[in-house]
Design a protein around this ligand. Structure first.
Ligand code: SAH
Length: 395
């Protein structure tokens, strides 16, 4: 048995771990044997000292995040086997060595049995984001394991953890390269080219999770007038243009995002007059769009980051969607999303349904969308299902 500090649970509190849920809440803990600091590796045990799992210790309400239910030694070999399993899954999905797509998520936290770790792959550069101190402390070992797993497919590793680490952690992370340096920023997704700024951009630089939904959108775009609201670097806009849209308007409140959208459009469709980008607030822009658009995409940022902001977030979704329902052209199609983890599928549906009802129009669901296979949901950790989308036909 490995020699880490032991977290002993209260009697009967082992149920969720026996069902492979990877979180141990602080209220379930009876005592800790040994001195433990945030980020340390600990083993978790039942009240009669049976081994349950091994994981990283945190200081919030999630006291331990389990990365193995077996009594392993979390050394380089162990992390290599984790990355290898993650890589094999992406291979199985058909995302590795694809000619027209060289951007994908390699590690999706709990979905890959690595709670607290995100790794996105951008045409040779892996962008690593630690959401826990435990993962951040072992970043150099993780970088080594990544190199072993990806071999010469990997040219650089960028650590972008400083904004995602817990607020109170007493460490001072800085952004920086763990391997290589500034390399090519151009990636391709389904034949569309994007410049990705992992240093300054949002998240790891790109919203990889909308890949399949962007592809679906292109099937609805032919001959249509499209509004891509919350466009960020323009993903849905190119899908629409690729699909033969008549006109595409991209809107984002960030001037920088609009600059990047314009650059990316130029890269894919130089001089194409169908596209215009606006730096504007969504609620203002949609105040009066009349019946200008046949296809509207609403992909806002997470309106609720915490449970106590849920009600306000649902009001936000309702308001936004009702503007689209009221103004979209008859026969229009609305792609509407929520990426807030605390907003459930049911919450989101209800918000969209009440928005539809306000418009008194006949609305039907064509597709119910989620995140793609490189953002897998661990079946024992349903909290991992965060991206929800509805495609609606509005008469
Ligand atoms: N659809 C994008 C990702 C959207 S991320 C893609 O496929 O890549 C959410 C975006 O909403 C961010 O770019 C952010 O700048 C923008 N945003 C946030 N609040 C906004 C507001 N009130 N009005 C318009 N855009 C906003």
């Amino acid at each position: 048995m490995s020699n880490f500090s032991k977290v002993i649970l209260k009697k009967g509190k082992e149920e969720s771990l026996l069902r492979f849920h990877p979180w141990v809440f602080s209220g379930a803990i009876d005592r800790i044997e040994g001195n433990v600091e945030e980020g340390d590796v600990v083993t978790v045990h039942t009240s009669d000292l049976r081994f349950l799992g091994i994981g990283h210790c945190g200081i919030g309400s999630i006291a331990v995040r389990i990365f193995s239910f077996q009594d392993i030694n979390p050394d380089l070999n162990f992390w290599c086997s984790k990355f290898k399993a993650a890589y094999e899954l992406r291979k199985r999905i058909g995302l590795i060595s694809k000619k027209e797509t060289n951007v994908f998520r390699l590690v999706h936290g709990e979905g890959d049995g690595m709670p607290g770790l995100i790794v996105d792959f951008y045409n040779g550069t892996a962008v690593l984001q630690a959401h826990t101190v435990g993962m951040w402390l072992i970043r150099n070992m993780l970088a080594e394991a990544l190199q072993i797993t990806l071999g010469d497919q990997l040219t650089a590793i960028y650590d972008k953890s400083s904004k995602t680490l817990p607020f109170k952690a007493s460490i001072e992370p800085v952004y920086g390269y763990l391997l290589g340096g500034n390399s090519t920023r151009e990636v391709m997704e389904d034949g569309n080219r994007f410049l990705v700024d992992w240093e300054e951009g949002q998240k790891t630089g790109f919203f990889v999770d909308q890949r399949e939904n962007r592809k679906l959108l292109s099937q609805y775009a032919f001959g249509k007038d499209v509004l891509n609201m919350f466009c960020y670097t323009g993903g849905f806009s190119f899908s629409a243009m690729r699909g033969g849209a008549n006109l595409v308007h991209s809107v984002d409140s960030s001037a920088k995002a609009i600059e990047m959208t314009k650059q990316n459009v130029e890269l894919n469709f130089p001089g194409d007059p169908r596209h215009t980008a606006f730096a504007a607030d969504a609620f203002d822009f949609m105040h009066d769009i009349k019946d200008k658009y046949d296809l509207i995409i609403l992909d806002p940022p997470a309106f609720a980051k915490h449970k106590n902001a849920l009600n306000q977030a649902l009001q936000g979704y309702k308001k936004l969607n009702s503007r689209a329902f009221q103004q979209i052209r008859p026969g229009g199609v609305l792609f509407t999303f929520s990426c807030s983890q605390v907003v459930t599928k049911t919450n989101f549906r209800e918000a969209v349904f009440s928005a539809a009802a306000l418009s008194k129009r006949n609305v039907r669901i064509l597709h119910q969308l989620s995140q793609p296979g490189d953002h897998p949901i661990n079946i024992y950790h349903p909290e991992g299902e965060y991206l929800k989308g509805l495609v609606l036909y509005v008469e």
